[in-house]
Design a protein around this ligand. Structure first.
Ligand code: PCA
Length: 215
């Protein structure tokens, strides 16, 4: 059995019902195709994520860590390619902190690539009718920080780690004017579950096809 730690986030800013946290709760304990998912919800706090993530990795001893978070305004789920060693927050976190141009880890490299099989995940989404894409920036807020930390904490292990960003859920979008692009929570949950499954079971090198962007 392979074990996947799937983290989602709790409420922040306008996201009073963060779909990533709801999905992590729904997927906790899910078993299928030789993979068990352990869902955990992290608080959106720059000083809170590292101890919480380190404790979850210690407790679950996962083969794979999939960080998930919501990106209001984006139209589809995205596998992130890279985490950067920058915290430049556009809004405060849940504790009121707003670091500007500070590193995630003072002793860390400028960036880490995802060690998830990003293109295999994308291919699986497409097979399943989910319109996902490969993103080249995870931003400079708490999701990027947590993705960076997941890679930093697992850098000398065989644990695969990366970030999947999801759009708003339709349930949340109906409450906003103008409504952001959104997908039903069930579709977003399927996208995260398939990402976890592929990340845990894809053998060897990642698939090779262009999923790049001109900007
Ligand atoms: N999204 C934010 C932080 C928490 C979340 O769900 C982000 O993309 O950084």
């Amino acid at each position: 059995m392979k074990h996947v730690l799937v983290t989602g986030f709790g409420a922040y800013a306008e996201e009073s019902q963060n779909p990533s946290g709801l999905i992590a709760e729904r997927l906790d304990g899910h078993v299928g195709e030789g993979v068990q998912i352990h869902g955990r919800v992290l608080a959106v706090g720059t000083n809170l994520v590292e101890p919480a993530l380190a404790a979850a990795i210690e407790e679950v001893a996962p083969d794979v860590v999939v960080i998930t978070g919501v990106t209001p305004g984006r139209a589809a789920p995205a596998v992130e390619r890279v985490a950067i060693n920058v915290r430049d927050f556009p809004i405060v976190d849940v504790e009121g902190h707003m670091p500007i141009d500070e590193p995630v880890a003072a002793d860390g490299p400028p960036a880490y690539f995802s060690t998830l099989p990003t293109k295999a995940i994308l291919a699986r989404w497409r097979e399943d009718g989910i319109p996902g894409y490969l993103s080249n920036t995870a931003g400079t807020y708490v999701c990027n920080q947590t993705f960076y930390l997941a890679r930093h904490l697992t850098r000398s292990t065989t644990i695969r780690a990366g970030l999947v960003h999801i759009p708003s859920s339709t349930a949340n979008a109906v409450a906003s004017l103008p409504p952001p692009p959104a997908l039903p929570l069930d579709v977003l949950e399927r996208a995260v579950r398939l990402a976890a499954l592929v990340a845990a079971t894809h053998d060897g090198a990642d698939l090779r096809f262009s999923a790049g962007a001109t900007s």
